[in-house]
Design a protein. Structure first.
Length: 762
């Protein structure tokens, strides 16, 4: 909040730093404005200067200089002016250095972009060879046109009569002069046909090879991006939005692949056409070529300026595409919530704003292209007319033939279009550079945790949190844990209880190594968690969340997601344990039922039970003694592994949407886990879930453990934190139970009324 106390403080500061008339009223106004912009709560007697220095470092320096000048008088003012001039010169030097760095950075970015084609170099070399062939054939065309035109003579000329013959009733010259050789006309045109056929075949091969290279490069980029993304920790996902990542994965990779394949080919073709065209123009007329070269520096300069602007705008467009994807993805994911709050119009308006931003950027890019292409075209056409007028004069004077002038003008058009194409190549390359910056940002990321690095050890032992301190990377000002200590014994079912936001879920996220601890260590079966292979550890640990994520496939595909080699018998066993066999068999397609995106076809309780079955399918390693003790239970697979979930199972409000019958079935599975000496950590608010555990850990709002004991001991103590928490939620549970009872009674009344009405009709 911006409060009135700032005003008095602002005047106080202005008067402090502006004694007598040394400082103008403008300075006072500046000081007042900068002060009023700061929140009033930021100011205190002891931190005025620090606040100014942190928020407005330049103002602090300026005010301190003014203070010195007020003490030193006019000499101080002169000294201040000298320092100001020195500062200005330093700023100019910094500006020139920054410009130089930008040029170097741009060159290195282009080099990084071209390095992507390293693995495709053999194929690209063949494609470029074919490009040279097709370009050479294309560049022959103007010379051939000139030769043919020069064979046309005055029809009344007697010297020409003997050199004519008829083909298909058409009278043509019998020979055509190429250099100093007279070549028969039929042979000349036949050879041309073969040459043009070779050029077409070479062009076909070039297009096909470049398309293959582009698609392979695009696929490789997308795979590399996806690999890098998957191996990042949760900090990465807290910072980056999935919509922006999808845009980089799909849109940016397409632009990059196109810029270093098809665009690179176009650039090389333009370069060849430009150099060959210039060489042929020099061969035909040095004088006309000298005129032609006058326009080249201007075109190149305009192309460079345009390319830099396009690079910047292209990056902004790609970023905005990412924002648009992010907004639309969020809206699609939360359609029901949007409809529930009647916010369709608001969300359409929000999307419209993002579309408008993208539209404005695209129109701006189109305006730049319009200025560039139309300007280049106008300059080229004007200069072509100028060359035509000079060339016709040279023909009259006998310096050129009509055929040579025709060839020259065609080569001029080729060269001009090459410059035009090179400009387009440069702008497309800059687009690729802009997109590649966003891609390289992901590709160059080093994973915070390497999943395969570390020891492969048995984790079926005690879990110890020792002096753990932690805060989330995106919330550095909020300390979740400070010197947290917790000991979970092997085979225990521990329930974490506490108010929302106290760190219960954070405990499980640290155990699964979604985040790094700030300090302290987590010991699992005598091994530091950071020394254990993450991939190996997660094979022996599993989690069922309150809102489980199901994939848009069949029920079976979701259940076997963690073990795709599971047999039908194993799937049936875990479904029985998770109490989901009945509703699955009620579906017409049973396990082959498609459940839609995120399990949209299932209820909340059904989704939780499917997620539990998926986790229970992960095999747990047990001793021979346990196997013998539970041999009568139908919970083992052919390998002797127990189908009760992994050695460490985390239930994060995993039964919150279950009815009493389903919860009772889950309770039986958890009891079997205890008998199998498998560790279970659950997070709960419901009394029925808390009762299932044999040890309860209670957290206070500060993330501190205030008590650990069994349920009976804590619930019988009226002063325990658990009793206080449950007493607060008792009224809610009573209301919920009452509503359930009234709903059932109402349904019975409606059913009775329907039966009565049917009886009366009969």
């Amino acid at each position: 909040m911006f409060g009135m106390p700032n005003v008095g403080l602002a005047f106080a500061r202005a008067s402090t730093y502006s004694p007598l008339s040394t400082v103008s009223s403008r300075t006072v106004a500046k000081t007042l404005t900068s002060t009023l912009l700061l929140p009033s709560k930021r100011f205190s007697t002891n931190s005025k200067t620090q606040t100014l220095q942190y928020r407005f470092p330049s103002n602090q320096l300026y005010l301190s200089q003014l203070k010195q000048s007020s003490r030193a008088g006019i000499f101080g003012q002169q000294h201040h002016q000298r320092r100001f001039n020195s500062s200005s010169s330093n700023q100019k030097d910094d500006k020139s250095k920054n410009e130089q760095k930008k040029k170097q950075s741009s060159a290195s970015e282009v080099w990084e972009l071209l390095k992507l084609t390293k693995s495709e170099l053999p194929t690209l070399t063949i494609a470029m060879g074919l490009l040279c062939v097709s370009s050479a054939v294309s560049m022959l065309f103007p010379s051939i046109i000139g030769l043919v035109i020069d064979t046309v003579k005055d029809p009344e000329s007697p010297d020409d009569e003997a050199k004519k013959e008829q083909i298909a009733g058409i009278e043509i010259p019998s020979t055509i002069k190429v250099l100093s050789y007279e070549i028969p006309t039929v042979q000349f045109y036949s050879t041309l046909g073969v040459i043009f056929l070779c050029g077409s075949l070479a062009n076909f091969g070039r297009i096909l090879l470049l398309r293959k290279v582009g698609e392979r490069l695009m696929a490789r980029l997308r795979l590399n991006i996806l690999k890098k993304i998957f191996y990042q920790d949760s900090k990465f996902w807290d910072i980056h939005k999935s919509g922006d990542l999808i845009s980089r994965l799909v849109n940016d990779s397409t632009i990059v692949a196109r810029s270093v394949t098809q665009n690179l080919s176009d650039g090389m073709r333009s370069t060849i056409s430009g150099f060959v065209g210039a060489a042929m123009m020099l061969t035909i007329s040095v004088k006309l070529t000298a005129y032609m070269l006058l326009i080249f520096p201007l075109l190149v300069f305009v192309a460079l300026v345009f390319g830099r602007r396009v690079k910047r705008v292209s990056r902004e467009i790609q970023q905005q595409l990412g924002n648009l994807t992010k907004v639309s993805e969020e809206q699609f994911n939360f359609t029901k919530t949007i409809q529930a709050f009647n916010n369709e119009t608001y969300e359409v308006g929000k999307f419209k704003k993002e579309v408008k931003k993208l539209y404005d950027l695209s129109v701006f890019e189109g305006r730049l292209q319009g200025y560039f292409y139309s300007g280049n075209g106008f300059i080229g056409n004007v200069f072509l007319i100028f060359l035509l007028s000079v060339g016709t004069t040279m023909v009259r004077q006998g310096e050129l033939t009509i055929g040579e002038l025709s060839s020259y003008l065609m080569y001029t058009t080729y060269s001009a279009s090459s410059v035009y194409s090179l400009s387009n190549f440069y702008s497309e390359l800059m687009k690729g550079v802009g997109a590649s910056e966003r891609i390289f940002e992901l590709i160059k990321l080093k994973p915070a945790i390497i999943p395969t690095k570390g020891e492969k050890v048995d984790v079926s032992g005690d879990i110890i949190f020792k002096d753990i301190s932690f805060h989330y990377p995106t919330r550095t000002n909020h300390q979740v844990f400070k010197d947290l200590n917790l000991h979970i014994e092997k085979g225990d079912h521990v329930c974490l209880v506490g108010p929302s936001g106290c760190g219960k879920t954070t405990v499980t996220q640290l155990l699964l190594r979604y985040y790094h601890t700030e300090s302290g260590s987590i010991i699992v079966n005598g091994h530091n968690l950071e020394d254990i292979s993450l991939a190996h550890f997660r094979q022996q640990a599993g989690i069922v969340q309150q809102e489980p994520m199901l994939f848009s496939g069949t029920l079976r595909e979701n259940i076997v997601y963690g073990r795709r080699d599971a047999t039908d018998e194993e799937v049936q066993k875990v479904c029985d344990l998770a109490n989901c066999s009945k509703f699955i068999n009620n579906f017409p397609d049973k396990f082959d039922t498609v459940i839609g995106a995120k399990g949209a076809q299932l209820s909340g309780g059904q989704k939780q039970r499917i997620a539990l079955a998926r986790t229970l399918l992960l095999p747990g390693k047990v001793s021979d003694e346990v196997r013998a003790k539970l041999s009568h239970e139908n919970i083992f697979n052919d390998k002797g592994d127990v189908l009760l979930g992994p050695n460490i199972l985390i239930l994060d409000e995993a039964t919150s949407a279950l009815d009493a019958k389903s919860e009772e079935a889950i309770k039986r599975s958890l009891e079997l886990r205890q008998q199998a000496e498998l560790t279970t950590i659950s997070i709960a608010h419901r009394l029925s879930t808390i009762k299932m555990s044999d040890k309860i850990v209670v957290f206070n709002p500060k993330g501190e453990i205030v008590e650990i004991n069994d349920f009976d001991t804590l619930i019988n103590d009226p002063n325990s934190e658990l009793t206080k928490l449950l007493s607060k939620s008792e009224s809610h549970d009573d209301v919920e139970e009452d509503l359930t009872k009234k709903t059932a009674e109402k349904e019975e009344e409606i059913s009775a009324e329907v039966k009565d009405s049917e009886t009366k009709k009969v």
